[in-house]
Design a protein around this ligand. Sequence first.
Ligand code: SF4
Length: 383
Amino acid sequence: MAVDESKPMGLYIHIPFCGRKCDYCDFVSYSMDYKAQQLYLDALFTEIDMVKRNFYDRTFDSIFIGGGTPSIVYEGYIASLARKIYSSFHFLDKTEFTIEVNPSSFTKEKYFEYVQAGVNRISVGVQCLDEKLLREHGRIQSMENIDETFKLLKNSEFPNVNSDVMIGLPGQTKSSVMQTINYLMKQNVKHISTYTLQIEKHTMLYSKLKKGKISPVKDEDMVDIYNKINKTLTKAGYCRYEVSNYAKPGFECKHNLKYWDDESSYLGLGVAAHSYIDGYRYYNTKRLDTYIDAMNEGKSAVYSKEYVSNEEHRIERIMLSLRTQKGLDLDKFKKDFNEDILRTRAEAIKKMTELGMIEIKDNYLKIKDDYFAVSNSIIVELI
Ligand code: SF4
């Protein structure tokens, strides 16, 4: 069962360059130089030309330029990329256009460039205001950079500003996280994403952990931080519409909702990007040199393609829907997977409802607010 192909799609473009590698980073990112940026832009143009004919009859209503650090590329780069995508795909009016920026590379010139390019949503990678902690984990921005970024964005032309906040950095305290949240509320950002740090193998942070140089934040402290954020942001009028994402009403991220609502396809372009189209997932190569070579030789950037089976899709639907405030649409689930989950998972649902962890309302099954912090263990019971 594939998603509804008549719905507008999302377009993701990956910019894989960063000023330096953060200790905790598991994303595909490369240190940048002008030449590599140019070669990469040429390669992106080639990929766009190669795939666009497959989407001539499809519409898009979201663009997300992520990374890496998209704001690090030279001036004019994003404008040029935007012109290329506008001339290659069909976008609906009111298309959401997001770009991720790092305060250390977001300048006045880039601000105007993005306005001109049609960007209407800026996502600022603040993570944490504690400069000492940021330095310890290899992040390059300063408090001055962050202040300058928000000065530029104040009363800006971008209707929606998001900020990412990292929770669980070793050494981070509840008061340090709340200082960041309070700062962002003062800046009147419309959307806040709170990401829990995952310490992945092959990162600098993982090897520091293994050598005993740092210790992870304890689980009970994480739950405490999580609940405090929720209380504070909810009181200030933000709605937690997904387990890690808060927005003022009407400012939810249209692009990310495509992933969570499991209702429309998306096309990913660039190194390490992936797509979900007609029930298949496509993974582009993660190596920059392989990607550029493939484009120069007119070959596909896709290194792997897999069909998402009905069972995999069913599990994804449960996992992703239960991470959202709306929850799992029971009628839709029955229609799409021919399964009445209230019957197939009756025992677990009865137990967790009695414990006050989940509820069924207006034919949606959802996790109750106080239990979002332990959503993973609830979801496991329902799969
Ligand atoms: S800025 Fe983001 S993508 Fe770049 S190294 Fe740091 S965490 Fe990774």
